[in-house]
Every structure is written in structure tokens, then in C-alpha cells.
Design a protein around this ligand. Structure first.
Ligand code: AOF
Ligand code: ZN
Length: 374
């Protein structure tokens, strides 16, 4: 590797780490990071860095250019996603880079948004700027999977997490939640939650566990995704923790068109965002749920439970990544199976998934599978 491409890869890796911190915070936009670097007298000096601001506000490149000021002239810009070329809610970043006199732009990957899709790079090249595309491209595709899916498939990327006992159960009948995974797994799961735009549970789980579904661990406060309850008949009680806290962290209730209008009015008055969709006798189809969420800007979703919701997503082939944490406990008699109508052991062996990681979180073990080609 030449010295320059080595430097390019290192600055892009730094930009990628910065961009990753914005996951879950800037939807429907992609979380982008830009670094402005000057190469003077053989030394690389970082003169500006920026990340995507909240929707409607400045993009990463503009934030980085503002920090660099005049020092952007003749500098190199490392940016994780292609600079935009369109007038959206903000003016084109490609134009801002040209006007600032940047000499070279290194891009992680092209923007899948059909309004951009190569036009940003073309604008820069037309202005005589040297552009390199595809540095750490594989990592960028992983980073922007949710954004890309929403743009091209009109659905978010779906992560399913299951925590099971050594004998494959998720709880015990009549006891509701049983503590399955340890502190380290919890920490990982909360960190993962924070990188999602929305977290989904079925109404069965919401009624049985009265969960909060927020990120409450140190360093993650204020990083809670939208909490989405799949509740065909709008059974979620007004007294539930979810409804009681919906002013602080949004709650979206996805229900069938036939749900009780008075109950929906009460939920809406309490601050719940009620989303009515067509429903089947058996429930709301995962494809319908995902399209309703994508329409509202969601790019990354974590399916938390329970077994019916998880199984319906697996059966509909709408799980992209599957993480199974096995806690060091045996539930035995009265155990509630992790899945409904599906066998977890079969799912884990399904050739459509490939294992991308496995290991331990303290006393727990985990496997992380990804659908091939996802
Ligand atoms: C960039 N830098 O930091 C981001 C980009 O509605 P707007 O004006 O904010 O435009 C949103 C679109 O801009 C989004 O769909 C994606 O194509 C691009 N996002 N582009 O140059 C950024 N976040
Ligand atoms: Zn832009």
C-alpha cells in the first residue's frame, strides 16, 4: 500500500468511528462524518471535523468546513458518504466543498439516494477536484445499510435479538420476565439499542413485562430509540410505563384499522403516536409494519420480542441480522420457547444466514448471524 493510500485508509477509519456515533440520532438522514486535513510540509494536520446535524440542519461537510475556515483551501476532505449534489433541506455539500477551495476529496461510498447517486462526485470532478471513491467501502456499506435499505427497498434494516436460556427458553409461564443474560450482555444490548432508530415489541410483551425499552446505562442516557408497540387491537394500557413516559421518549403504537377509536383517542391524547395500518386476523404483517416505519423515516430497527413478533419476522424472511445470547441459566419446567412455530436450532442452521461473529459476554455466549448478501 502506498503511503498516501495508507493515510487515506487511516483518516477514513477515523471518520467512520465518528460517523458511527451518530447512528440512531439523525434518521431519516445517514450519519456522515467529514474530516478536513491539510498536508503541509510533510505533516498531516486535522483542521476541521463535522458530523451530520439533526434533520434539516447542516450536513457533516458543512460543519467540518465551518470549523476549518480559510484552512480548507488546498486541503483534503475525508467523508464517509458521497457529498450531496441536491438542494434538499440544505444546499449541496459538493458546492460548499468547491467554494471552500478543497483540493482533494476522499469518499467512503456513493450516496444510494437516487437524487445524489454519483452526481455529487461528478460535480466535484467537473470543478477540477481530485476525487477518490470507495475507501473502506465494505465498512461503509455496513454503516449505511439502514439508510440504503430505506432508499432502495423502502424498509429499514432489521436486527433481531433473542436472549435464551441454555435450554432455549425466554421465560417461564406465569412469571413474565426471567433474568437470562448477565450485566455485560445487557451493556452490549443497550449499546446496540442506542444505534437503532426504533425498537419493536409486541403488545403481549408490553402487557406481560410493562417494559420501558430505554437506554439507561451510563453514557447512553438520551440515546433511546423510538419505542414501537405492535398492538393490533390497541390493548396497551394508559397506565403502562411506556405510555407514562412517552413525552420523554416517543412511543409509536402500530394497530389495525379496526382498533377501538375511543382507546386510540385516549392514547393519542396521552402523547402516543398512533399508526393505523391494515391488519390480518393473525396480526399485522411484518412487511406492513416495516413500510409504515420507513415512510416515517426509520432506517434501523431492533426487534426485541416476544416470541410471536420475532417468529413472524423470521417467517416473513425480514430479519437481516440475528443475535442470539445464551445466558448461563436453565429454565426447565414451564419454559416459554424463544420462537413460535419455528425451531431456533433450525433457524441457527439455516444456510441463508452466515455467522459473522461469536463469542462470550462474560458468563453468556452469543452468536451473530447475518443474512447472506444483506
Ligand atoms: C451529505 N452529508 O452529512 C448527509 C447527507 O434533507 P437534507 O437536505 O438534509 O438532505 C438529506 C439527504 O442528503 C439524504 O437523503 C442523503 O442523500 C444526503 N445526506 N449528505 O452530503 C451529510 N447526511
Ligand atoms: Zn450534503
Amino acid at each position: 500500500m502506498s503511503e498516501l493510500s495508507n493515510l487515506d485508509a487511516r483518516f477514513m477509519a477515523a471518520a467512520e468511528r465518528l460517523a458511527r456515533r451518530g447512528l440512531g440520532r439523525v434518521w431519516p438522514n445517514p450519519s456522515v462524518a467529514a474530516l478536513i486535513v491539510r498536508f503541509d510540509a510533510g505533516a498531516a494536520v486535522l483542521v476541521g471535523r463535522g458530523v451530520t446535524s439533526r434533520p434539516g440542519m447542516a450536513h457533516a461537510e458543512v460543519n467540518a468546513l465551518n470549523q476549518a475556515g480559510d484552512r480548507a483551501k488546498g486541503a483534503t476532505c475525508y467523508v464517509t458518504l458521497e457529498p450531496c449534489s441536491h438542494y434538499g433541506r440544505t444546499p449541496p455539500c459538493a458546492k460548499a466543498l468547491i467554494e471552500a477551495g478543497v483540493k482533494r476529496v476522499v469518499v467512503g461510498m456513493l450516496d444510494p439516494n437516487p437524487r445524489v447517486a454519483g452526481r455529487g462526485v461528478a460535480m466535484l470532478r467537473d470543478a477540477g477536484i481530485e476525487v477518490e471513491v470507495g475507501v473502506r467501502e465494505k465498512a461503509m456499506h455496513a454503516l449505511y445499510r439502514g439508510f440504503t435499505y430505506r432508499q432502495l427497498k423502502q424498509r429499514p434494516v432489521v436486527f433481531l435479538k433473542l436472549a435464551v436460556s441454555r435450554d432455549g427458553f425466554i421465560g417461564r409461564v406465569g412469571e413474565g420476565q426471567v433474568k437470562i443474560s448477565g450485566a455485560l450482555s445487557m451493556r452490549k444490548v443497550h449499546g446496540f439499542r442506542a444505534e437503532c432508530d426504533a425498537i419493536l415489541v409486541g403488545s403481549g410483551t408490553a402487557l406481560a413485562d410493562d417494559p420501558q425499552l430505554t437506554c439507561r446505562l451510563p453514557g447512553l442516557a438520551g440515546r433511546s430509540p423510538v419505542r414501537v408497540i405492535i398492538d393490533r387491537c390497541a390493548r396497551l394500557p394508559l397506565t403502562s410505563k411506556l405510555v407514562q413516559t412517552c413525552v420523554d421518549v416517543p412511543v409509536w403504537l402500530v394497530c389495525g384499522n379496526a382498533a377501538d377509536a375511543d382507546k386510540l383517542a385516549d392514547l393519542a391524547a396521552a402523547g402516543v403516536n398512533v399508526i393505523r395500518v391494515p391488519a390480518e386476523e393473525t396480526g399485522i404483517k411484518p412487511s406492513v409494519i416495516l413500510s409504515a416505519l420507513a415512510t416515517r423515516g426509520i432506517t434501523r430497527v431492533m426487534v426485541e420480542g416476544g416470541s410471536r413478533l420475532a417468529s413472524s419476522f423470521l417467517a416473513a424472511d425480514l430479519v437481516d441480522d440475528l443475535c442470539v445470547v445464551t445466558g448461563d441459566i436453565v429454565i426447565g419446567e414451564g419454559g416459554i420457547p424463544a420462537l413460535h412455530g419455528l425451531d431456533l436450532a433450525d433457524v441457527l442452521k439455516d444456510p441463508k444466514f452466515e455467522r459473522v461473529d461469536a463469542g462470550r459476554f462474560g458468563p453468556d455466549s452469543f452468536v451473530y448471524l447475518r443474512r447472506r448478501g444483506a
